[in-house]
Ligand binder design. Sequence first.
Ligand code: HEC
Length: 143
Amino acid sequence: MFKKTVMILSMLSSFTVGAEQDTRLHVDFPPMMQEHMMSNMRDHLVTLQSITLQLSLQNYDAAAEAAEQRLGMSSLDDHGAAHMGKMMPKEMGAIGTRMHRAASRFALVAKDAAVKGDSNKVFAALSEIMTQCVACHAAYKIH
Ligand code: HEC
């Protein structure tokens, strides 16, 4: 029984990303910027949730609107991106820019799907947004 538990535990830990060595680069932001960035992050996640819900209802226009306004190029003014971008390492800022562009591209693809009803491309475009979330999270930390 014990042996079995240990085996399962060790299998679990080898599959858990968190158990691997943390190679993320620590980026030092002033506390206010940290808070601002984390609040943006939580909003990013809410937006993805809302986009997937809208897609499940085949409300492609609503998904496009959420992506463009809250993650896309139209969201840049709202979340002080220009200021934040300057404080980031160059590559980190570039990933952020790629995420905003991917969200605006998603919005176009979703609007297209609203007309054609083809959802495959929409999910591929959603995955491209999420690729940038994953890329940045894998490379950087601020805490
Ligand atoms: C340019 C880099 C970057 C991009 C792009 C990015 N994040 Fe983050 N995110 C971070 C960093 C850095 C942290 C903090 C990690 C740490 O130090 O703990 C974070 C933390 C978070 C958190 C935790 C918030 C909290 O309050 O603890 C969530 C949720 C999150 N990100 C969601 C997302 C989602 C969803 C996306 C994509 C739509 C995304 N992020 C894109 C850099 C990024």
